[in-house]
Design a protein around this ligand. Structure first.
Ligand code: THU
Length: 135
C-alpha cells in the first residue's frame, strides 16, 4: 500500500475521534481524496431522531462537493472493532454519483489499523440505481 493511502487511512482514523455516536457507540471515520490529492474527512453524526443520522462517508462526500470538488481518487473508511465496517448501501449510492465502479475503497477496523481490506465501489454496489439505466 502506498504512502498516500496510508495517510488517507490515518486521516479516517483521526476523524473517527470526532464521532457523535452516543446511541450506537459505533464510531466511523471516512477520508476522501480528490483527483488532485486534497483530503476531505467525515465522521458519523447521530441524532435522537435516529433516522436523521449522517454516515461518515456521506459527510466526507458532501463536504468535498460543497467545497467544489467532484472528482475523486480513493476513499478510506475506519470503523468496526475487530472487523472493518463496510459502507452502507446509501453511502455507496451517493458515492456512485461521482465515482465509477473501479473506484477504490480502503477499509480498516478501529482496533487493527494494519488489517486493511481493499474493495472497489462496483464490487460493493454492483447494481447502482440510475435514472437512465444503460440496459
Ligand atoms: N455508519 C457510518 O458512519 N457509515 C456507514 O456506512 C454505516 C454506518 C454509522 C451510522 C451510525 O452512526 C453507526 O454507524 C451505526 O450504524
Amino acid at each position: 500500500m502506498n504512502t498516500e493511502i496510508k495517510k488517507l487511512l490515518a486521516s479516517a482514523r483521526k476523524v473517527a475521534r470526532n464521532t457523535y455516536s452516543p446511541y450506537s457507540k459505533f464510531p466511523v471515520g471516512a477520508a476522501l481524496m480528490t483527483a488532485g490529492g486534497k483530503v476531505f474527512t467525515g465522521c458519523n453524526v447521530e441524532n435522537a431522531s435516529y433516522g436523521l443520522t449522517l454516515c461518515a462517508e456521506r459527510v466526507a462526500v458532501t463536504s468535498a462537493v460543497a467545497a467544489g470538488y467532484r472528482k475523486f481518487k480513493a476513499l478510506a473508511v475506519v470503523g468496526g472493532r475487530r472487523k472493518a465496517a463496510r459502507p452502507c448501501g446509501a453511502c455507496l449510492q451517493v458515492l456512485s454519483e461521482f465515482c465509477g465502479p473501479d473506484f477504490p475503497i480502503y477499509l480498516a477496523p478501529l482496533d487493527k489499523p494494519s488489517k486493511v481490506e481493499t474493495v472497489s465501489l462496483g464490487a460493493l454496489l454492483p447494481h447502482v440505481f440510475r435514472l437512465t439505466p444503460e440496459s
